[in-house]
Design a protein around this ligand. Structure first.
Ligand code: IDP
Length: 140
């Protein structure tokens, strides 16, 4: 399988509870390498732009407010099949349906406050990485 990169976000519910290290350990244990990482605070406008694909969904406003409520950690994860692997480590969107050992099963508070974001396909990964990181910040 090809080496891929994917965009991950540790969401406000997790940064607030000081869970960045524990979540990063899950990624590293799964063979994902953190090749770029920074802690930022999104404006409501930036959160809205990032989640534009969900604009028509009923939870869009709530989701954007949540993502802009407190700092997040944005990161690029790299590894074999990194996009699918990260989705596996994250677990299902709704923590009640997430498998044992996944990040969302262990840490998520609700379907909205679910601790992590991960790109869902190669095309979205490329767009999402470029949303947060410049080429200079991505070491080969
Ligand atoms: P994903 O993050 O597992 O890919 P998506 O369906 O793409 O899930 O939804 C994006 C994000 O929107 C979720 O991670 C979650 O934070 C939020 N979300 C999804 N469904 C709901 C909902 O029913 N209520 C509130 N927030 C939701």
């Amino acid at each position: 399988m090809a080496i891929e990169r994917t965009l991950s976000i540790i969401k406000p519910d997790a940064t607030r509870r000081n869970l960045t290290g524990k979540i990063n350990a899950k990624f590293e244990e799964a063979g994902l390498r953190i090749v770029a990482q920074k802690r930022i605070k999104l404006s409501l406008e930036q959160a809205g732009k990032f989640y534009e694909v969900h604009k028509e969904r009923p939870f869009y406003g709530e989701l954007c407010e949540f993502m802009a409520s407190e700092p997040v950690v944005v990161q690029v994860l790299e590894g074999e099949g990194a996009i699918a692997k990260n989705r596996e480590v994250m677990g299902a969107t709704n923590p009640a349906q997430a498998a044992d050992g996944t990040i969302r099963k262990e840490f998520a508070l609700s379907v909205g406050e679910n601790s992590v974001h991960g790109s869902d396909a190669p095309e979205t990964a490329a767009v999402e990485i470029a949303f947060f990181f410049s080429g200079l910040e991505l070491v080969g």
